[in-house]
Design a binder for this molecule. Structure first.
Ligand code: GAL
Length: 415
């Protein structure tokens, strides 16, 4: 397996290894953790079973920023991969550049318009044309909890911010890590997503992260969200800096830590470790954010190619991704829920069933929002500006009030 980290040498290497993959697909993705790789294998085996070859192009780094940098280098070098894992606004950016293949014929034949929810179609379609195939819906406002520690400390599932803090305090007092966290900008932004939603609710989330209203970005709710991040900072261990998200999940899996706030790709790690939802681990919405879902959808965008065989492989891949059987097989391993609305929850575990029900409820009640941390609330430039402020604050560079006013300035400059 070739694994590219973002070094100058790697970028140089990529530009000299242009290859034609007429016999299959070359897939650029950031699914490198144990749970993610297990899910990716479902896709790989499905395609191999249909005679479509697979060239793996993994770029480590949760959230996909590094993968997107590598993608840009590949395209600039005139050697785009055939299929690319992509999120939200990034899909729209590439479509606007005219780089993506048109999947309309397949979408029409398979009736995608009728089964993919509008919130996803907003990203999968550009100027009315299908340009990507959604593989799942993840959501970011989850807490993952170790059942044994909860039972030992007599903790019930927290239903308010105060109860959540009290539970973390009890765990810390008992010598556990209260909050497993990896100090990387995208992880801090992922936590911030649900903390901000929990403080200000849907109207605030819309105003601050979607409408980019300076009053919301710099206002009292934003200050309070940053204060809550300071509280969380007091519950992480000394070694949090730079830790990968799946290693933080492993701390909850292993009984070292009580909670992790993370998207439901974390469930893939628990499942991959042989644990069962509702038994060894629990899932619940970040207290304060109940009733809402901050989502992101992994999609595969196909880059324009001219070779007929390569085009055929792309269509087979898109068709597989969208099949109901595949959506069940893949998402039960990945931790996400299907990107189609016509799939039964029968094969999903307790957290999957909850996720599917809550997604439908949130969509019906106006509580469904694209995740700021995962490219579904605003374009990459704004998203990265927010990352910078959130992570600088978490690392002690600003107090809460300064961080809120930095949000206003950073977002203004990024637009
Ligand atoms: C998200 C992506 C997920 C996931 C996670 C961590 O952006 O949508 O599929 O695996 O990053 O790598």
């Amino acid at each position: 397996m070739r694994m590219f980290k973002l070094t100058g040498a790697a970028v140089a290497l990529m530009s000299t290894t242009a290859m034609v993959h007429a016999d299959g697909v070359e897939v650029l993705h950031w699914w490198t953790s144990g749970g993610e790789a297990a899910a990716l294998n479902v896709l790989k085996s499905d395609l191999e079973g249909q005679g479509v070859g697979w060239t793996d192009m993994p770029v480590a780094g949760g959230g996909g920023s590094d993968a997107m940098t590598v993608l840009r280098a590949r395209v600039t070098a005139g050697d785009p991969p055939t299929a690319v894992q992509m999120l939200g606004f990034a899909i729209q950016d590439w479509a606007a550049e005219g780089a993506l293949a048109d999947l309309n014929a397949l979408a029409a034949e398979q009736g995608w318009d009728d089964v993919v929810p509008a919130a996803l179609q907003n990203f999968s379609k550009h100027d009315g044309s299908w340009v990507s195939a959604p593989v799942n819906v993840h959501s970011t406002n989850w807490v993952w909890a170790n059942t044994a520690i909860m039972e030992e400390l007599g903790l019930a599932q927290p239903t308010s911010w105060d109860e959540f803090v009290a539970a973390m305090q009890a765990a810390q007092d008992a010598g556990y890590v209260a909050l497993a966290h990896g100090g990387q900008a995208w992880q801090e932004a992922t936590v911030f997503d649900s903390i901000a939603m929990g403080v200000g609710g849907p109207d605030f989330y819309q105003a601050a992260f979607v409408d980019l209203d300076p009053e919301a970005l710099g206002g009292a709710d934003m200050v309070e969200a940053f204060k809550r991040m300071e509280t969380l900072r007091g519950f992480v261990d000394d070694n949090f800096s730079g830790r990968d998200w799946n290693l933080a999940s492993a701390m909850v899996v292993n009984g070292e830590a009580l909670f992790q706030i993370m998207g439901d790709w974390a469930k893939g790690e628990f499942v991959n470790a042989g644990q069962t939802a509702g038994k060894e681990f629990q899932c619940f919405r970040v207290p304060g954010s109940e009733g809402t879902v901050t989502f992101n959808s992994d999609q595969f965008a196909m880059f324009n190619v001219t070779d007929k065989d390569a085009m055929g492989a792309q269509v087979t891949m898109a068709s597989s991704v969208m099949s109901p059987e595949f959506q069940v097989a893949f998402n039960t391993v990945k931790g996400s829920v299907p990107a189609r609305t016509d799939i039964s929850d029968a094969e999903f575990d307790a957290c999957g069933k909850l996720g599917m029900a809550q997604l439908a409820e949130a969509a019906a009640s106006g509580g469904l929002f694209g995740s700021m941390a995962h490219g579904h609330a605003n374009p990459p430039a704004v998203q990265n500006a927010m990352y910078d402020v959130i992570t600088a604050h978490f690392n002690g560079e600003y107090d809460a009030e300064t961080a809120a006013s930095e949000m206003v300035t950073a977002v203004e400059l990024a637009q």
